[in-house]
Structure formats: structure tokens, C-alpha cells
Design a protein around this ligand. Structure first.
Ligand SMILES: [Zn+2]
Length: 316
């Protein structure tokens, strides 16, 4: 019997994944979400969980050992940035990044053990992280580690990865571009206008994986109507492959008023997407769905959007 409750991963340790000195991904994002969740009583309907950091061997299911070593030594070696300037080293960076992955793995283990059906982790969904390096505020790619762990530990191969963060999920996309069992769908602002510049509509997978990836770039200024049209295509794409597990990166930076991007969604987009992915997970994946906060730099927006997501995970 599966416990129907949702696990919400939130802890002081997780909140410390954030960059200092006015960086858009600051340490205050988790708190902004939690305050809103408590005001709405959402915290009463979920199990709030903390988890230990991921072990190095777990992180290396996705990342190269040399990159993990580089992060581990970054403070000692006085490295300033882990990439070309977006992702600075901060005190405790290795531990903080390992905590993000650890929470994701605990959530995955809980779902696979039947201790819960769905999880939400506000500080997570670090979709720009590459196997061999950091990028775009993302040190370790928790999503990639979950995908590798699903396969290596749980024998689940056909996984849906769905990303509505305003930025293209390039760290996941390129790691699985040739993987026919990673069913990918990503709605984002057109890379002509926004980091990381990728995610063209023609990028649909390579070789045997051709057709398993769906990228939908939207022009600056696009809002709920454009999203709804794109979302119909996303759901049709996912349904065609009958995925056995659903991963949802629900970045809140596509909402109108985000300081880093130019789309104009309302927070209803997040409710709609979460609701229909829950139904999809129920139909094909035994309800198994993990949602991750991803980006979002306007604190009001991220709080509203993520509350909408959790409410749907609880009610659907
Ligand atoms: Zn983003």
C-alpha cells in the first residue's frame, strides 16, 4: 500500500545552497517559499523531511570523478568560479551541493519504497550542471543523479523529464541526447534571447533517440496562452512513450516580473502543469513523480508558483 502523502524536502542545510553578495540565487529562496506555504496551511498536508548529503559515489553516478574532486577541493584551491563566471565558489559549497543531491535521492528512495507517492524539493532541479562541470548556478545536477539512480539501483529505464523553467535544461538534455529511454520535454524562452542559448525546436534527439526529445522555445513576452498551446504538445509527446517515472523541473523564472528573463506566465501555469503531470504519472507510472523548484528569482513569484505545485501534488 503506497502512502499517499507528499514529502516536502526542506531543511536548514538545503537552504544553504545559495550564493552570496546579491547573487540572484541567494540563500533566502527556500524561506520565501516556506513562509508562503505556512500562511496557506500547505505545510500541514505534507511530511516535511530532511536528508543526509549524498555520498561521493552517488554523485559520481552522473558526474565525472575529476569534476567532483574539483568541487571538493575548490575552497582549499581558492578557486573563484566553478564555471566562466555564473557559479562562484562559496563557503561549504561541496556540502551544500551534496545536500541538494542527498535530498533528491532520499525522495527517490521514499517513492520507490512506497513511503510516499510524490515529492517536492524547492532547492533543487539544478538542470544546467554537466557531467564534467558546473554551469548557470548549478554545481551538481541532482536531476541527472536521480535518472542514473533510477536505472542503476531501481531498474527503471523509461523516465520522463519535464522542464518548464524559463531556461533550457541543457545539462539534462545533452547528457541524454542519444538516450532513447529519457523522454524529454522542455518549454523555455528562446535561446536567441536568453541563457544558455540552446533548446532549438529541431533538437529532438540523436540516432536511436531521435523523436524522444521535445524542445519548445517561446519568444520574449509569451504568456499563459502560448504556454497552454505548448503544453498540449508536451502531454501528447509524453503519453506516446508511456514513461514509468516522472521528473518535473518547475522553475518559476518564466513568470512575469522575473529579473532574469522575459516571459509573462501567471502562476496558474505551474498549477496546470503539476496537475496534468500528476494525472500522467497516475496513468503510466504508478503515481511516481518528483518535482524540483529549479530557478525563479522573484521571491513572490517563486513562493506562489511552488505553493501551487505542492497543492496539486497533494490534491491530485
Ligand atoms: Zn532558470
Amino acid at each position: 500500500m503506497i502512502n499517499q502523502r507528499v514529502h516536502l524536502y526542506s531543511s536548514e542545510a538545503l537552504g544553504r545552497y545559495g550564493f552570496p553578495e546579491g547573487h540572484p540565487l541567494g540563500e533566502d529562496r527556500q524561506g520565501a517559499f516556506l513562509r508562503a506555504a505556512r500562511e496557506r496551511g500547505i505545510d500541514k498536508n505534507v511530511n516535511i523531511k530532511a536528508a543526509p548529503p549524498a555520498q561521493r559515489a552517488e554523485i559520481e553516478r552522473f558526474h565525472s570523478p575529476s569534476y567532483v574532486e574539483r568541487v571538493l577541493r575548490a575552497e582549499v584551491d581558492r578557486v573563484e568560479f566553478l564555471d566562466e563566471g555564473d557559479t562562484p565558489v562559496f563557503p561549504g559549497v561541496y556540502t551544500a551541493a551534496s545536500n541538494v543531491v542527498g535530498a533528491a535521492l532520499d525522495g527517490l528512495a521514499s517513492i520507490m519504497a512506497g513511503a510516499c507517492r510524490r515529492t517536492f524539493q524547492p532547492i533543487g532541479g539544478l538542470h544546467h550542471g554537466r557531467r564534467g562541470g558546473a554551469a548557470g548556478f548549478c554545481v551538481f545536477n541532482d536531476l541527472g543523479v536521480v535518472i542514473e539512480t533510477l536505472r542503476a539501483v531501481h531498474g527503471v529505464r523509461r523516465v520522463a523529464y519535464v522542464d518548464i523553467d524559463v531556461h533550457h535544461g541543457d545539462g539534462v538534455f545533452y547528457a541524454y541526447e542519444e538516450d532513447a529511454d529519457l523522454i524529454f520535454a522542455d518549454v523555455h524562452e528562446d535561446g536567441q534571447f536568453l541563457y544558455p542559448g540552446t533548446g532549438h525546436a529541431q533538437e529532438s534527439g540523436i540516432g536511436a533517440a531521435r523523436g524522444t526529445k521535445l524542445n519548445i522555445p517561446l519568444p520574449p513576452g509569451a504568456g499563459d496562452h502560448s504556454f497552454a498551446e505548448a503544453w498540449e504538445r508536451v502531454i501528447a509527446h509524453l503519453r506516446a512513450f508511456e514513461p514509468r517515472f516522472v521528473i518535473f523541473q518547475c522553475g518559476a523564472d518564466g513568470i512575469e516580473g522575473d529579473p532574469l528573463a522575459h516571459l509573462r506566465y501567471s502562476t496558474q501555469v505551474h498549477a496546470q502543469a503539476a496537475r496534468s503531470l500528476c494525472h500522467l504519472a497516475d496513468e503510466f507510472a504508478g503515481g511516481r513523480l518528483m518535482a524540483f523548484g529549479g530557478g525563479g528569482y522573484n521571491r513572490y513569484n517563486l513562493a506562489e508558483a511552488w505553493c501551487n505545485v505542492v497543492r496539486e501534488l497533494v490534491n491530485c
